[in-house]
Design a protein around this ligand. Sequence first.
Ligand SMILES: [Zn+2]
Length: 327
Amino acid sequence: MAWPPNPSCARNARGQIASFNVINSSLEQSKAGSAFTANAPRFNINHPSHRPNRTGILPLLDWIGGLTCCQMGKTGDTFMNAPHHNMTHWAERVDLAAAFRWTARLDMHEAVANHFSFAINDDGTQFLMNPNQMHFERVKASDMIVVDANDPDTLKGPNAPDPTAWGLHGGIHRLVPHARCAMHVHSVHATVLACLADSTLYPIDQNGCIFHNRVIIDGDYGGLAFEDEGARCAAMFTDPRKKVMIMGNHGCLVIGDTIADTFNRLYHFERAAQTYIRALQTGQPLRLIPDHIAEKTAQQIEEYPLDDKFLSEIKLLLDEEGSTYAQ
Ligand SMILES: [Zn+2]
């Protein structure tokens, strides 16, 4: 459905706000909100507005082949399918759910661990996150919980994030204001790279160039990411240009401005790591891309307007399959 899908959608888009309404308890809460009762008021899903998905006409770059084409932008009609119109940040919930579903499909998830989060207030201390130990393939927009990085009581709710998710994502959102979104996985190739004595992703292909001079390498793995470990990792995101952290002996952490932007970065980092690791496995000498070409390519890609397109296409695919992600 083209933008705007109908006049009421446009009205709702303008009405989308960032307020955070604490709900003590109510039998009339939404499904996700009902999981958080009076014991954990800060967990409650807030309302009363939502907005439809972003859409637009964007060029689509074939990252691998370097081919470009243009097509009319369409989005999955998740707005029309939304059963919880009283929830705020609906579009962001839908985007997160789509990112979870596709991460599982790509086998980049780790059983029922790992978390994605998205900040919903100005200072980033309140954020959406997947509920504890729910398989990525099952996560729906309405399942997302709201947590407060400044409130230790966050961990007392029935569907609260586990302490490591709280430690890592709470630390990032509390201490890294330019990290509106954070995605942490143990995807195989990024993790293999994280296990090498030299975890540098050397630029040998176009995907690798995306991350040239733009990766933080943490070689001081300190055990499970409880609060101190999360704060230690967060303190390393000092350069806004570096939005990927290779967590040595652990996995990777990717940040970004939006969910689509961050998921796009996460996907391409895993792809770049996959290519690099497979190239190493051949045992043949690598043909490294010169530093100035890799840097030039990285800058070209940063200026290329395609961050939203990958996720919007994924939502269309999920919609066509009748997926429940947008419920
Ligand atoms: Zn982890």
